[in-house]
Design a protein around this ligand. Structure first.
Ligand code: BGC
Length: 720
């Protein structure tokens, strides 16, 4: 069994959709779902390019699903050969996640002839606009088949259509292929998709046991691509045509070797090696699978892009960027490829104007970042994010209006970046402005309570989305405090050294910011050491998860909002106070960590894939190794097992889960290895599972790159 491979032979509708996610291939510029070559929109095929969105009418804005240039379908006696055909004998598909290579082997029985299709595809990691497919057909008897090869323009859309085709043309140089010149509907963004095949007929006559191999090269270009100069943009179709012809000239073998070399380079620093027995090998596989997914969606090929909450795997969650990136995904890149981590910050700098528009629209100062952010930073989160299963009516949710903790996650991330890399340039290039604008928003959002002589923060939603519009969410308040402290610190430093225009804009807020820092109410532990998630949390009905679940009348019912089964109970969706205790563990003693872990864990549905890793890390910090191992399994298996939540009310929310994948890395490195940075020095407080002998990973701190080897007995740091 290849430790870098997963396989599946499911052909049910559900398996096809799940494998679309599980066997996803991507190179950061674009992603392609793990569907078979002949799949069409009914199988939710998908080719998503990072950062390209469109809106149809008043439906949700979402990523554009591009025309599929790798479509090949065989037919026998006029009947298409698909996974649903009666003639299907067997099917297996695989993903090699060391190199992002999808493959399949499918057998059909065509009137006594056994027909085998084997194919392999990859999205080139070295040539970001190129996709390659090799398709091999073999029959044990002479046979003639029909074959359709095309750029399939009939794409799956959740809220489409999103483009029109303006022109179809030949690919040039007499090659067999085509170019589609398209334009998105809302922003009229031009893009082109090109394809060349080395087989040109619509029938194939096979001799017994003599394989026919078809190689397809495809190219996808938008006029926003990095290699297209904004000053003198080359028409995208010209780009696509040149690139696809070049790809064809380079040939499959060369492209594959370059692609593999690029992945080898990624793994040099991006890998984490877990040594030990069988269980450790499983943990290793799950971790590498998670890291593969992160690497295949990390923005490459265009500047200042981030990672959407469902990666590039689907149109779910509107292809939007959430706090997932900053708090869950960012740490892995920070220590292994800080230049990519920096892109996430650049993305927030780029979208600051959108955040300012949002703050102003609510009547606040500064910037209020989009809960669901797309290319311009305007909020894609709609007022009605859930559909009621009973009435079929949209349910008003307040995620967009009230999850103000998003700002602090961004500030936290910038501060981490500066602390770990020592790179302060990002501050001058917009980072400071982001911090100050976020702080201004919080200053205008905090309320002074004269009778209590303290500031409070009302009407928010914390990470636990089931309880909307609460007051003094402990996590939010603590993160606001962090933001304001950092803003003051940076503003004072800047005015002392080189006053930047950004710090100047914050100077007049410093006294108020300092006052809030002194008097902001941070819910503190009660006599039992428990911190209330928000005001009156402990007064809500205290029942078990099972009781709440038993009240569901429909399995797809939404648990939160005004009438949800959890809304009026202490049952929460995901880690909330525990996120706070994890980020700020040094501010609390271990009795508080223990008490809150014991209290909140049984009351948490873990209904979000962001939950397990946070509990897992606190479990490590409090010496609950068994729990931690369970949480690790949960976070690292979300996508490899496909066992994730697929519905929120009637809305499909499937796709891949980068936050849980980033959570796998955090659990291993921060959790089991107890890795942290104190005063620029690496600290290790390991607590490895019994089956693990050693964990090795790369950590870049300042200008130094270290190989960190952690065993049960100790650890070593070697310069790399
Ligand atoms: C979670 C959020 C998360 C979002 C995207 C929601 O279900 O509650 O915390 O940011 O999914 O992953």
């Amino acid at each position: 069994m290849n430790p870098w491979e997963i396989e599946d032979s499911g052909i049910s509708e559900e398996s096809v959709i799940q494998n679309g996610n599980r066997m996803f291939c991507g190179n950061g510029f674009m992603g392609y779902r793990g569907t078979v070559d002949e799949a069409d929109k009914s199988s939710m095929t998908g080719l998503i390019v990072n950062g390209i969105y469109d809106r149809q009418g008043d439906k949700w804005r979402e990523p554009v699903n591009f025309p599929n240039p790798l479509f090949i379908q065989l037919s026998f006696e006029g009947q298409p050969l698909t996974l649903k055909s009666d003639s299907l004998n067997s099917h297996v598909q695989k993903l090699n996640f060391r190199y992002g290579i999808f493959s399949r082997k499918t057998l059909w029985n065509c009137n006594g002839a056994e027909l085998t299709v084997e194919s392999e595809r990859f999205l080139s990691m070295s040539e970001k606009n190129i996709l390659c497919l090799r398709y091999k057909i073999t029959s044990n008897k002479d046979i003639t088949l029909g074959i359709i090869q095309k750029i399939d323009e009939e794409v799956y859309d959740a809220n489409g259509p999103h483009f029109k085709i303006e022109k179809k043309s030949d690919v040039g140089e007499g090659k067999c292929g085509e170019i589609l010149m398209c334009r998105t509907l809302e922003k009229q963004l031009p893009f082109a998709v090109a394809r060349i095949s080395d087989f040109c007929s619509d029938t194939i006559t096979l001799k017994a046991a003599v394989p026919q191999i078809i190689t397809v090269y495809a190219a996808v270009f938008t006029n926003l691509d990095e290699n297209n100069s904004p000053m003198a943009p080359v028409p995208v179709e010209q780009f696509a045509s040149i690139s696809v012809l070049q790809a064809e000239k380079a040939g499959w073998e060369t492209l594959l070797q370059n692609h593999k070399k690029a992945w080898d380079k990624i793994w040099e620093d991006g890998d984490v090696v877990i040594e030990g027995d069988e269980e450790a090998r499983l943990a290793q596989k799950n971790l590498r699978y998670s890291l593969y997914h992160l690497q295949s969606i990390a923005p490459r090929g265009r500047k200042a892009l981030s990672i959407p909450a469902r990666g590039l795997s689907a149109q779910t969650y509107k292809g939007a960027v959430f706090w997932d990136t900053e708090l869950f995904i960012f740490p892995y890149f920070l220590y292994t490829q800080p230049e990519l981590a920096c892109e996430f910050i650049e993305y927030r700098i780029k979208t600051l104007e959108g955040a300012k528009r949002k703050a102003a629209a609510y009547g606040y100062e500064g910037a209020f970042y989009a809960w669901e952010s797309q290319e311009d930073g305007d909020d894609a989160c709609s007022d009605y994010n859930v559909t009621d299963v009973f009435t079929k009516r949209p349910v008003r949710t307040y995620f967009r209006d009230k999850q103000i903790h998003i700002n602090a996650a961004i500030v936290y991330c910038i501060c981490q970046y500066v602390e770990v890399t020592g790179d302060t340039l990002i501050l001058q290039e917009g980072g400071l402005e982001v911090i100050f604008e976020c702080a201004k928003f919080y200053i205008s959002r905090c309320i002074y309570m004269p009778l209590k002589d303290r500031y409070e923060v009302h009407d928010v939603i914390g990470p636990d989305e089931y309880h909307e519009r609460v007051n003094n969410n402990a996590y939010t308040n603590k993160m606001i405090l962090f933001t304001l402290q950092k803003a003051v610190e940076f503003a004072e430093q800047q005015t002392e050294t080189s006053p930047s225009p950004a710090s100047h804009s914050f100077t007049k807020y410093i006294p108020l910011a300092k006052d809030i820092c002194k008097k902001l109410y941070i819910p503190s532990p009660n006599a039992q050491g428990l911190i209330p998630q928000f005001d009156s949390y402990f007064d809500m009905e205290d029942c078990s998860l099972e009781t709440v679940r038993s009240r569901l009348l429909d399995p797809k019912e939404y648990w939160g909002g005004a009438n949800g089964v959890a809304s009026h109970t202490q049952i929460i969706k995901q880690a909330d106070t525990i996120v706070m205790l994890n980020l700020f563990d040094k501010d609390y003693d271990s009795a508080v960590l223990n008490a809150n872990y014991d209290y909140y864990n049984p009351r948490t549905e873990h209904g979000s894939s962001l939950s397990a890793c946070m509990y897992g890390m606190v479990a490590c910090k409090t010496g609950r190794l068994k729990d931690a191992e369970e949480f690790y399994k949960k976070t690292s298996c979300v996508d490899i097992s496909g066992n994730s939540k697929q519905w929120a009310g009637l809305i499909y929310i499937g796709g891949t889960h980068p936050a849980a994948q980033g959570g796998s890395w955090m659990m291993v490195v921060y959790g089991f290895c107890g890795f942290s940075i104190r005063e620029n020095k690496i600290q290790i407080k390991q607590n490895l599972p019994a089956a693990w002998k050693k964990v090795s990973f790369t950590a870049m701190v300042g200008k130094e790159k270290y190989q960190v080897n952690v065993t049960r007995e100790g650890y070593e740091l070697c310069r790399k």
